[in-house]
Design a protein around this ligand. Structure first.
Ligand code: BGP
Length: 475
């Protein structure tokens, strides 16, 4: 067995999100959220990107988030399986609308608080540290309809109230928090990312960046509040990560890749360094963007995060002549195909060295501890005649990425932990399907919502258990 590159106390675990796992969308006083309006099927993309307005549920359509994998009723069984693998961290999110069904109430829904207290206490029972995202693609629909979601400054107040409620109600149970999941996805999938729906003819870039400003202010305020409630709280930002490579060494391609990286890193530049980066002046001017800032905003933004978290599935590739016809989405962000690497069935480039490159770049840039909070391979699993799921492809993907993360640690980067995505199978955010699976645990449910929901350990379950037991030494 090779010596472990991981420090003592490194947190090992997995990640899920409320809207992709809990189901029970109409229980416990929960209000409807953006993701509850995103149907499975032909209209999915148009709704997700804010090009099609859907403020009402169509009874003939199927909404995967409404039932998901029923984590809401089965969390004890599920967390016990995570404990069996030896998890020391479990990432999930709080559904904002379980605590504030409409989002703009003054007092929270006690049933929602009780549910999450139970979930976090269950984790603690096994010595698992919860890592909790405050908003993972699920803005309460009432806030979208009444206020236009994050395009409206009022959202800052609603979010700050919700965040304070969480920090106070779960104090002593939760120490690690993330404000917005993949905050940069707001630019690429504006409705699922931030509840934005566009009016005809408006400058969508202006709307997106104004909404981004409001989220950045809300995130900084939440960070401030978290530290006031308990100085032990550790707050992270969260980026849909993955560096852009230039398609060739032509200077124009290198410049294009740098611009693409900046487009995503802009958010973390603000959250981790505490101010708008200087390059935004020119970029905003060229796009006709004028940010409406309030007095005091620059001060608020100085409340920087304690650590930088990110998802990494694939590296990306850009060129000067990149356009909608020659690029496709790899984890929502458009990228050219990279001829030097293999890709998953969904075209996401598989690139473990890209993870090491991304981590080195991020640490060079931010000098804050990193936390890899999503990584994994979406794949179609088969159950064999013996009733087993032999997912060697998943093991091999994870092994290579964990190795690359180990190398990044050996490069001198402090890394808090690793939560692989979808440790139990759940609904895919991009496709809305169950058949794109990430889990160590198989869930019997198909793309139309049929199945017993029974849980089965895959081969990767036993492999990951061994990885954790050896602190990453036995891969
Ligand atoms: C990220 C999201 C997750 C998750 C993951 C995998 O963008 O934060 O919610 O779903 O990607 O993506 P997908 O489910 O589309 O395969």
């Amino acid at each position: 067995m090779a010596a472990s590159l991981f420090p003592d106390g490194f947190l090992w675990g997995g990640a899920i999100a409320a809207n992709q796992a809990e189901g029970a969308s109409f229980e416990g006083g929960k209000g409807l959220t953006t993701v509850d309006m995103i149907p499975h099927g032909a209209h999915r993309l148009a709704v997700k990107t804010g090009q099609e307005k859907r403020f009402r549920l169509d009874a003939t359509e199927f909404y995967p988030s409404h039932q998901a994998i029923d984590f809401y009723h089965r969390y004890k069984e599920d967390i016990a399986m995570m404990a069996e693998m030896g998890f020391t961290v479990f990432r999930t999110s709080i559904a904002w609308s379980r605590l504030y069904p409409d989002g703009d109430e003054l007092t929270p829904n006690a049933e929602g608080i009780a549910f999450y207290r139970d979930v976090f206490a269950e984790c603690k029972k096994y010595g698992i540290e919860p890592l909790v995202t405050l908003c993972h693609f699920d803005v309460p629909m009432h806030l979208v309809i009444e206020y236009g979601s994050w395009r409206n400054r009022k959202m800052v107040e609603f979010f700050a109230r919700y965040a304070r409620t969480c920090f106070e109600a779960f104090d002593g149970l939760v120490k690690y928090w993330l404000t917005f999941n993949e905050i940069n996805i707001l630019l690429h999938s504006p409705f699922s990312g931030a509840g934005l729906v566009f009016e005809e003819g408006e400058n969508q870039e202006q709307v997106k960046y104004q909404a981004a400003h409001h989220e950045l202010i809300a995130s900084a305020l939440a960070t401030k509040i978290a530290h006031e409630v308990n100085p032990e709280n550790q707050i992270g930002c969260m980026l849909a990560g993955g560096n852009f490579y230039p398609r060739t060494c032509k200077p124009e391609d290198v410049w294009a890749a740098l611009q693409k990286d900046r487009e995503n890193l802009f958010f973390i530049d603000v959250q981790a360094r505490g101010a708008y980066p200087s390059y935004t002046r020119r970029v905003f001017a060229e796009k006709g963007i004028v940010i409406d800032k309030q007095q005091g905003d620059d001060e608020i933004l100085k409340n920087t995060v304690d650590f930088v978290s990110f998802s990494y599935y694939a590296s990306r590739c850009a060129s000067a002549d990149m356009n909608d016809n020659n690029s496709s989405a790899a984890n929502i962000v458009k990228s050219l195909k990279n001829p030097h690497i293999e890709a998953s069935e969904w075209g996401w480039g598989i690139d473990p060295l890209g993870l090491r490159i991304t981590m080195n770049m991020m640490y060079d840039r931010y000098q804050k501890p990193l936390f890899l909070v999503e990584n994994g391979l979406g794949a179609k699993d088969e159950i064999n005649a013996q009733g087993e799921i032999v997912d060697d492809y998943r093991i091999s993907y994870l092994r290579e990425h964990i190795k690359a993360m180990g190398e990044a640690i050996a490069d001198g980067i402090p890394v808090i932990g690793y939560t692989s995505w979808g440790c139990i199978d759940l609904v895919s955010a991009s496709t809305g399907e169950m058949s794109k699976r990430y889990g160590f645990v198989y869930v019997d449910r198909d793309d139309s919502g049929n199945g017993t929901l029974e849980r089965t350990r895959k081969k990767s379950f036993y492999w990951y258990k061994k990885v954790i037991a050896s602190n990453g030494g036995d891969l």
